[in-house]
Design a protein around this ligand. Structure first.
Ligand code: PLP
Length: 484
């Protein structure tokens, strides 16, 4: 354990006059700034920046960076987030000057290479989805949801179906689903899960009618279960004139095995930062491209990357388009990393990714289900949800206590308290990039922790600088900047 007093004493590193560099005074004769710039544009005094030596600055940031956990430092089984290894080769390629230094407003002719990559990515994402039209613009999964719902809204308006005002969403869904529905101006209607953790078909039937615009489904769902009723579900929704949206956050389980377009989805988003290894965590950046059926293509945001002969260009000529949802054409740096990943693995490699992700999750499930209750899990896809309900009842040990204790052993916590349909949820997603040794070390630790004294668990972690911050306050009133 480090010494918190020493860290606090040293927190304020600024000393008047201390500098990293001293630049020689300018010896080019010049007019005073007050003649060159309007009076209002000139600051009266220098900005109040910390005054520090370079070595102190570097130590400050390097030390701060080591207080966090990352995929590059620790096993990170954060369910639903697909924290797989991010290959370093992608960083080098995304940083190439011809890709990283392109200005969004430069002429298409001068960035044909980048446009070719984006065009190819659109084509590959369409193929993986089984849906022909792709927009790379949305900057995250949540924005992909919103964009798709705006596309659906424009589609129904175009058809004169103004009464389609409701979006149906299973109760196991991610919170972004109902939030996106509300933002797009729809009413979000919850659909129950059945005893198997899948969509309750009776509840779905009862709520489908001419007001239904979209049914949003995550498949496999957030319990790590593939809903094998999906054929019936999409048929029912289509019979009522609605569209089916696939939340693609869990694509890591089905790449190359099945395609959303083939099981009846009309629209979907990808989370490139999850499935296709954009480094993520700490809030971004991400990329949430969407893929849609041909009937919805005219409504996609513009521009789309298009090709005419050998020439690539940005196509703005889409009269029915919902317009832009983001400046320029998406988070290009993350999209390039996704392209690298798909090109590296190829079709067979992508399928092996999903097979191994599912294998790893089932291995952990098999090792843990004797000790932890797993309410919906004989088998799972790429993740599963254990419950600390019994521990809570018998020993007053919560899912949070288990999650916090894992930090002492060098493991990032699983996702906790989500999905809401499992009390005291611990949602574990190992991903395909972990070795059997890592999975075993994690399983051994969870088995050991389960039998530790309640007092040890309730006060964990015991080895980190920060123990249990007020998470709500940290999220609502984050202090992210140094202020003088
Ligand atoms: C991560 C996630 C989202 C939201 O994606 P972002 O890229 O974080 O905006 C939506 N649904 C599910 C199931 C997710 O896991």
């Amino acid at each position: 354990m480090s010494q918190p007093q020493a860290t606090e004493l040293l927190f304020e590193l600024s000393r008047p006059g201390r500098r990293a560099h001293l630049v020689p005074a300018c010896d080019v004769p010049d007019r005073p700034l007050s003649e060159l710039l309007p009076a209002g544009a000139l600051a009266e005094k220098p900005p109040p920046l910390p005054e520090v030596a370079e070595i102190d600055l570097i130590r400050h940031f390097v030390n701060l960076s080591t207080r966090n956990m990352a995929v590059d430092t620790n096993f990170y089984p954060l369910g639903s987030c697909t924290m797989k290894y991010n290959p370093k080769r992608h960083e080098r390629i995304a940083a190439l000057s011809g890709l990283a230094d392109v200005h969004p407003l430069q002429a298409d002719e001068s960035c044909q290479g980048l446009l070719a990559i984006l065009f190819e990515l659109q084509t590959m994402l369409a193929e993986i989805a089984g849906l022909p039209a792709v927009s790379l613009q949305p900057a995250a999964g949540a924005q992909g949801e919103l964009t798709s719902l705006l596309v659906a809204h424009a589609y129904f308006r175009h058809r004169g179906e103004h009464q389609r005002s409701r979006v149906l969403i299973p109760d196991s869904a991610h919170g972004t689903n109902p939030a996106s529905a509300a933002l797009a101006g729809f009413e979000a209607v919850s659909i129950k899960s059945n005893l198997r953790g899948l969509v309750d078909l009776d509840d779905l039937r009862a709520k489908l009618d001419e007001r239904t615009a979209v049914f949003m489904i995550t498949n496999p769902n957030t319990l790590g279960l593939f809903d094998d009723q999906i054929g019936t579900i999409t048929e029912l929704v289509h019979q009522h004139g609605g569209l089916v949206y696939l939340d693609g956050a869990n694509m890591n389980a089905i790449l190359g095995i099945t395609r959303p377009g083939d099981f009846g989805a009309d629209m979907m988003h990808y989370n490139v930062h999850k499935t296709f290894t954009g480094p993520h965590g700490a809030g971004g950046p991400g990329a949430g491209p969407i893929a849609v059926r041909d009937t919805l293509a005219p409504f996609l945001p513009t521009p789309i990357v298009a090709r005419q002969g050998e020439r690539y260009y940005l196509d703005f000529d889409q009269p029915l388009s919902i317009g832009r949802v983001r400046s320029f054409f998406g988070n290009v740096g993350i999209l390039i990393r996704g392209w690298c990943y798909i090109r590296t693995l190829g079709a067979d490699g992508l399928r092996r990714v999903s097979e191994n992700a599912v294998l790893n999750a089932n291995y952990l499930l098999a090792r843990l289900k004797g000790a932890y209750e797993v309410p919906y899990g004989e088998r799972c896809m790429h993740e599963f949800v254990a419950s600390a309900r019994v521990l809570r009842r018998e020993r007053k040990v919560s899912a949070m206590d288990i999650a916090k204790r894992l930090l002492d052993f060098g493991f990032h916590a699983p996702t906790v308290y989500f999905p809401l349909v499992v009390p005291e949820a611990l949602m574990i997603e190992p991903t395909e990039t972990e070795s059997k040794e890592t999975l075993d070390a994690f399983a051994d630790t969870l088995l050991r922790v389960r039998n530790e004294e309640a007092a040890v668990l309730q006060t964990a972690p015991h080895t980190l600088d920060i123990s249990r911050p007020d998470e709500v306050k940290a999220a609502k009133e984050p202090i992210l900047r140094w202020k003088p």
